[in-house]
Design a binder for this molecule. Sequence first.
Ligand SMILES: C[S@@+](CC[C@H](N)C(=O)[O-])C[C@H]1O[C@@H](n2cnc3c(N)ncnc32)[C@H](O)[C@@H]1O
Length: 393
Amino acid sequence: MTVNYAEVHLKKSRNEAVSEKSPWIFSGAIHAVREFDEDGQLCHVFMGDEVVATGYINTRTNIAVRLLAFGKVEIDRAFLRDRIQTSRMMKEALLNGCTDSYRVIHAEGDLLPGLVVDKYGDYLVFQSSTAGMDFLKEEIVAVLIGLFEPKGILEKSTSSSRRTEGLEEMRAVHYGEVPDEVIIREHGLDYVVDLAGGQKTGFFLDQRENRRIIAQYAAGRTALNCYCYSATIGLSMRKAGVATLHNVDVSKAALELAAKNYAVNKIEGAEDEFQAADVKDFLAEMPEDFYDLIVLDPPKFTASKKTVPAAIKGYKHINMLALKKIKSGGLLFTFSCSGLVDLELFRKIIFYAAKDAGRDVRIVKTLSADVDHSLSVYHRENEYLKGLMLYVV
Ligand SMILES: C[S@@+](CC[C@H](N)C(=O)[O-])C[C@H]1O[C@@H](n2cnc3c(N)ncnc32)[C@H](O)[C@@H]1O
């Protein structure tokens, strides 16, 4: 791969743009750009005459450069292979065979900004969210074929941030054949993954460990799984011997997938467990002190700073409703996947929800995405999923 690297010269006063090891350089830190051909181009970052980092540039976005490495590094197939293989080995060691499916690359968390790669059994699905990753796409596909020998590779680059980067949505099969659905295995259960139409890359891999934790408390209980999508948390509670279960989601397509999940695991006669409803309406109509265990895993309530106040209200409302419906001695597993609502703010929201519900609530565990969703110590921005396990006295 022959590449002309653009030159990004930093302002003298903005040394911290690289010294603090953040993978992002904002446009305000840049003094000049030279040898520039196009957005998405690879670049070298200069402090004075010295190349201090290597990444890719987009002149349209506030995050002007995303870094791939510190120092002067050749970004070629060997570099990408090394990055992806390092990440793969780490994830496989950490997951220790509990599943055939995991997040191979979690963007900045695995030092490949703008790229997500998920492995679903014999198939790979990737998402590029930046012009720079689009530029490296063919090389990445070649590396993935070599390392994983998959049956197929699907691109599902549909994130809204592509618009800011000046990119269209992209869905394409880059290698082999990719079926609409595949069945994956996790902690002894089979799950149907809707590769073609499903949310995210097809499945919520991030909730893997939380599915296992929640199931530990489900036996003999009356439980409610809100925003259930394909009812993976419900299924793990069912396997653990939950007594009564309601799985609620507003999307009929999600509930059809949930029914398939029950079928592949040979769980019959559970049709009444599924409710197509808005969670707020469902919760409002249920009697108080009814459930032993409730899960709240809503979609992202905010993607911009402007809508954070509305998101806070939304989280508070559903948590307040849920806390009212839980029996004394019951549990609430509550999540937020909004990156802009950090754990501290989320705790505050829960404090107000508990106060308004008039319940005495203890935080007994803090939850997060599973181990394959790596986080860089230098970059807080991709810490999106947080959760609290609450005991209602
Ligand atoms: C983050 S996903 C849940 C993932 C799921 N817990 C899992 O582990 O697979 C959020 C889900 O909320 C659903 N949803 C969005 N708004 C809703 C609403 N107002 N009421 C009910 N479900 C809703 C979406 O259809 C989506 O399936």
